[in-house]
Write a protein that binds this ligand. Structure first.
Ligand SMILES: NC(=O)c1ccc[n+]([C@@H]2O[C@H](COP(=O)([O-])OP(=O)(O)OC[C@H]3O[C@@H](n4cnc5c(N)ncnc54)[C@H](OP(=O)(O)O)[C@@H]3O)[C@@H](O)[C@H]2O)c1
Length: 355
C-alpha cells in the first residue's frame, strides 16, 4: 500500500483525498489544514485523520472541538507521498519541508514548472514522472488540452493548434472572485500561459492560446481549432475521441447544451460533488474544413486533475504502466461516461493509452 498525505484540504485537496482513499493500492494517512473551518470538520466526519499544517494555529482546532491527530511534520514522517494542494505558490514554499522528510511530492498546476522534476498528465506524459522525486500535475485547462491533443496528434498529426479558453471566473465557493457581469480578456496580451504550459507535457505541439474570464463558476469552455497533417472525417475524429475514457463525446440525443446540464447530468448519476472528471466535448461541434478541425469542449476545473493526481503517485512509486494505472484509477472512481446503456454501463475495461 502506498501511504499518502494530502496537505491543503480545499477544492482540489478534498477531491484528491477521496480519490486516494478509493484506490485499492493506496492508504490515505491523513490530511493537513491551517484553519479549523467547515472543511476541517467535514474531513473529520468523512473519517480522515486531520493534522495541523501551521504549528502556531493548532490551538484553534482544540478551541472549537476539532481533534488533531498531530502536526504536518508528524504526518510527513509516516508517508511515502504527499500531495500538495495548497494555494498557488504556497507549494513552492513547502518544498523544503517535504525534502526534509524525504517524501515524494505531487504539486498542482498553480506552481511554476520548476517546482518539480517533471510536469505530468497521465495520457501525455506518464513516463516523465518515472522515478522522479516530485512532479507537478498541470492545470485544469492544460490537462484538458493535453488529453484532447495527445490522441489527435498521434493519429492525424498536429501541425498547429489555436485554442480560445473561456475560463470560469471562480469556483462556486470562491465568493471573492469575479468578474461580475463582464467578460474579461485575461491576459490581454497574447498568447496566454496555457500554450507554453501544454508544451511542458507535449513538447512537440505547436500551439497558441488566448484566454478570457467569464462570470460563471461551473466549467471552462474551450473553442479549439487544430490544423492537421492528415485530414480526417468528422466521424473518424469522434470515434477516436470516444475511445478515450477521460473524454466524453456528448451525443446530440443527450440534449446537453452547456455546463448547467452537464453538471445536472453528473449529479443525476450520483457523482460526488457533481464532479466531471472527463473532458466533455460536443460531438456535433466536430467540424473538418480542409486540414482544419474545429470543436468545443468543457472542462470541470475542480475535478479533471483529480485522476491525474492519483496516476502521478503511481508513476513515481510503482512500475505500473500508464494504461494499468489509469485503468485502476478510473475503475476505483467510476470515470467514463456514456449515454447509451447498451454501449457502456460503467467505466470502460480498456483505454487507448500506451501499454
Ligand atoms: N480550484 C481549481 O479550479 C483548480 C484547478 C486545478 C488546479 N488548481 C490548483 O490546485 C492548487 C490548490 O487550489 P485550490 O483551488 O484547491 O485551493 P483552495 O481551495 O484555496 O485550498 C487551499 C488549501 O490549502 C490550505 N493552505 C495551506 N497553506 C496555506 C497558506 N499558506 N495559505 C493559504 N492556504 C493554505 C488551505 O487551508 P486553510 O483553509 O486551512 O487555510 C486550503 O485547505 C493550486 O495550485 C491551484 O492553482 C486549482
Amino acid at each position: 500500500m502506498i501511504r499518502v498525505a494530502v496537505n491543503g484540504y480545499g477544492t482540489i485537496g478534498k477531491r484528491v483525498a477521496d480519490a486516494v482513499a478509493a484506490q485499492p493500492d493506496m492508504t490515505l494517512s491523513g490530511v493537513a489544514k491551517r484553519r479549523p473551518n467547515h472543511e476541517a470538520e467535514s474531513a473529520l466526519r468523512r473519517g480522515y485523520d486531520l493534522y495541523g499544517a501551521d504549528p502556531d494555529r493548532t490551538a484553534e482546532f482544540e478551541a472549537v472541538g476539532l481533534p488533531l491527530a498531530g502536526t504536518l511534520p508528524e504526518l510527513l514522517a509516516d508517508v511515502d507521498v504527499v500531495v500538495d494542494c495548497c494555494p498557488a505558490g504556497v507549494g513552492a514554499q513547502n518544498r523544503g519541508t517535504y525534502d526534509d522528510h524525504d517524501v515524494h511530492v505531487v504539486f498542482q498546476g498553480g506552481e511554476d514548472p520548476d517546482v518539480a522534476d517533471a510536469s505530468f498528465t497521465a495520457r501525455a506524459a506518464f513516463e516523465t514522472a518515472r522515478d522522479a522525486d516530485a512532479v507537478r500535475v498541470v492545470s485544469c485547462n492544460t490537462t484538458g488540452l493535453a488529453r484532447l491533443l495527445a490522441p489527435i496528434d498521434e493519429r492525424f498529426g498536429v501541425e498547429t493548434a489555436r485554442v480560445t479558453l473561456v475560463r470560469r471566473g471562480g469556483d462556486p465557493a470562491q465568493t471573492d472572485r469575479g468578474p461580475i457581469n463582464d467578460i474579461v480578456p485575461d491576459p490581454v496580451g497574447l498568447p496566454s500561459h496555457h500554450g507554453p504550459d501544454l508544451t511542458a507535457v507535449l513538447p512537440d505541439i505547436d500551439i497558441d492560446t488566448a484566454a478570457l474570464k467569464a462570470p460563471v463558476t461551473a466549467m471552462h469552455t474551450h473553442s479549439v481549432n487544430v490544423t492537421l497533417e492528415t485530414p480526417p472525417s468528422p466521424d473518424e475524429v469522434r470515434g477516436l475521441l470516444a475511445d478515450e475514457r477521460r473524454l466524453f463525446v456528448i451525443p446530440e440525443h443527450a440534449g446537453i447544451d452547456g455546463a448547467g446540464k452537464l453538471k445536472e447530468y453528473a449529479m443525476d448519476l450520483g457523482r460526488p460533488r457533481g464532479d466531471l472528471w472527463e473532458n466533455c466535448l460536443w460531438g456535433e461541434s466536430v467540424h473538418v474544413s480542409g486540414h482544419d478541425l474545429y470543436l468545443f469542449q468543457n472542462v470541470h476545473q475542480e475535478a479533471d486533475v483529480v485522476p491525474e493526481n492519483v496516476d502521478a503517485i503511481r508513476a513515481m512509486t510503482t512500475d505500473m504502466t500508464a494504461a494499468e494505472s489509469m485503468t485502476r484509477t478510473d475503475q476505483a472512481l467510476g470515470v467514463g461516461l456514456a449515454t447509451r446503456l447498451d454501449d457502456n454501463t460503467g467505466p470502460r475495461e480498456s483505454i487507448a493509452a500506451d501499454d
